[in-house]
Design a binder for this molecule. Structure first.
Ligand SMILES: Cc1cc2nc3c(=O)[nH]c(=O)nc-3n(C[C@H](O)[C@H](O)[C@H](O)COP(=O)(O)OP(=O)(O)OC[C@H]3O[C@@H](n4cnc5c(N)ncnc54)[C@H](O)[C@@H]3O)c2cc1C
Length: 330
C-alpha cells in the first residue's frame, strides 16, 4: 500500500529554495494529522549538507542522490531518478513547488510513474476519504476547483510559492539520510549546460519575494520605474510589471506578472498604474495584501485591493518612499 508524504527539495547555489521549505512545512502538518512519515528527495552533487535543514523543517527521511550528472538541474536525469525512487518506495503523496523547476519536473515524473498531477495549487487537505484534496484557481482565477486523484499513486501536486506558511525550524528534529545510487550513468541526455549566467541585478527574485511593487502602462516610460526601484530597495521588494509595460519595452518579460507571465503570491503586492485586467489578476490575486495606486476611481484593480489609493502615482510613490525611509531608519 502506498504510504508516506514526499516533497521535492529544490535548491540553487547551495541553498534550499524557500518554496521547498514551505511545502515541507505543509507536508509535516498533513503527515501529523494522517499519522504518516515525511520524506524529502534531494538530488545534486555536493548537496548532502542540505539534508540537515530538511530535517529541521520536518523531514523524517531524506533520499539523497548525488552524482556529477545531477550537479545542475536537468529534467531528463532528475525525472528518471525520482521516478525510479517512487516506483521502489510507493509514496502516497508527492509535492513539488510550482516554480520553474517544479513546473518542468512534475509532469515528466507523473508521466513516468503513470499518475495524475494537479498544478499550481493554493490549498491542500486530507479529506474524509483519506485522499489528498487540493484547491486550485481556474479560468484565470475567476473560479476555484477541488481536485482529487482517487486511484493512481502517488497523488501529485505542485504548490504555488508563498502560499503555505513556513514552520519554525526545529533543530532537535533530525532526518534519517538514505543514500541512493542513481542509475544515470548510461542515460542519453539531450541537454548539455555550457554556462550558467547569473543575474547580477541584485534584485529580489519575483516568485520568492515577500513584497512586490509592480508598474503598468501608467508608469509612462522605462525611466520612471526608477521610483519603484527606490521604494523596492527600502522594502527589500522585487519590481514586477504588467504586460502593457513589458510590451512597451519598459521592462524585461521575465518581470511580467499575469496569465502569460509569472504567478506570484507575495505578502504585499503594490500595483502602480495598473488597471487590473483579468489576465494581470490571474498572476497576483492570491497575494495576501494588495495595495493599488490608480488615478481612475473605476479601475477594476480596486475591486480586489485591500487598500485603494486614488491618485497620481508620481505623487503617491515618492510620499510612500519618504515615509518608509523615515519609519525604517527610526
Ligand atoms: C491572452 C492574453 C494574455 C495576457 N497576459 C497578461 C499578463 O500575463 N499580464 C498582464 O499584465 N496582462 C496580460 N494581458 C494584457 C491585459 O489584458 C491588459 O491589457 C494589461 O494587463 C494592461 O496593463 P496595464 O494595466 O498596465 O495598462 P492599462 O490597462 O492601460 O492601465 C493603465 C492604468 O494606469 C492608470 N494610470 C495612468 N496614469 C496614472 C498615474 N499617473 N497615476 C496612477 N494611475 C495611472 C490608468 O488609470 C489605468 O488604470 C494579456 C492579454 C491577453 C489577451
Amino acid at each position: 500500500m502506498a504510504k508516506g508524504i514526499w516533497i521535492y527539495a529544490d535548491h540553487a547555489e547551495g541553498k534550499l529554495r524557500k518554496v521547498s521549505l514551505e511545502i515541507l512545512s505543509e507536508a509535516r502538518r498533513l503527515a501529523d494529522k494522517a499519522g504518516e512519515e515525511v520524506a524529502a528527495v534531494l538530488l545534486g552533487s555536493g548537496v548532502a549538507g542540505l539534508a540537515q535543514t530538511l530535517g529541521y523543517y520536518g523531514a523524517d527521511k531524506v533520499y539523497l542522490a548525488e552524482h556529477d550528472i545531477l550537479k545542475d538541474y536537468r529534467v531528463e536525469p532528475y525525472s528518471k531518478v525520482i521516478a525510479d525512487l517512487i516506483s521502489q518506495n510507493q509514496p502516497s503523496i508527492f509535492l513539488l513547488g510550482a516554480n520553474i523547476n517544479g513546473r518542468d519536473l512534475a509532469p515528466r515524473v507523473a508521466a513516468r510513474v503513470k499518475t495524475g498531477l494537479a498544478g499550481d495549487c493554493t490549498t491542500l487537505c486530507i479529506n474524509d476519504q483519506g485522499l489528498l484534496q487540493i484547491n486550485r484557481p481556474v479560468y484565470a482565477g475567476k473560479a476555484y476547483v477541488d481536485v482529487v486523484c482517487p486511484e493512481a499513486r502517488p497523488q501529485m501536486a505542485t504548490i504555488r510559492p508563498n502560499v503555505m506558511p513556513l514552520n519554525a525550524p526545529d533543530e532537535a528534529h533530525k532526518a534519517e539520510v538514505i543514500n541512493i545510487t542513481p542509475q544515470v550513468a548510461d542515460m542519453a541526455i539531450g541537454v548539455q549546460i555550457k554556462e550558467i549566467v547569473k543575474d547580477v541585478s541584485g534584485m529580489v527574485d519575483l516568485t520568492e519575494a515577500d513584497t512586490i511593487i509592480s508598474g503598468g502602462r501608467g508608469m509612462k516610460g522605462a525611466e520612471n520605474f526608477a521610483i519603484l526601484e527606490e521604494l523596492a530597495v527600502l522594502l527589500k521588494a522585487a519590481v514586477g510589471a504588467s504586460r502593457a509595460a513589458v510590451d512597451s519595452g519598459w521592462r524585461d518579460q521575465r518581470f511580467q506578472v499575469g496569465q502569460t507571465g509569472r504567478v506570484v503570491s507575495p505578502k504585499l503586492y503594490i500595483a502602480c498604474g495598473i488597471s487590473g485586467a483579468i489576465q494581470h489578476l490571474a498572476g497576483m490575486r492570491t497575494s495576501k495584501v494588495i495595495v493599488a495606486i490608480n488615478k481612475d476611481t473605476e479601475a477594476p484593480i480596486f475591486n480586489i485591493a485591500n487598500y485603494s489609493i486614488v491618485g497620481d502615482l508620481f505623487k503617491v510613490v515618492p510620499v510612500l518612499t519618504k515615509e518608509f525611509k523615515e519609519k525604517l531608519s527610526g
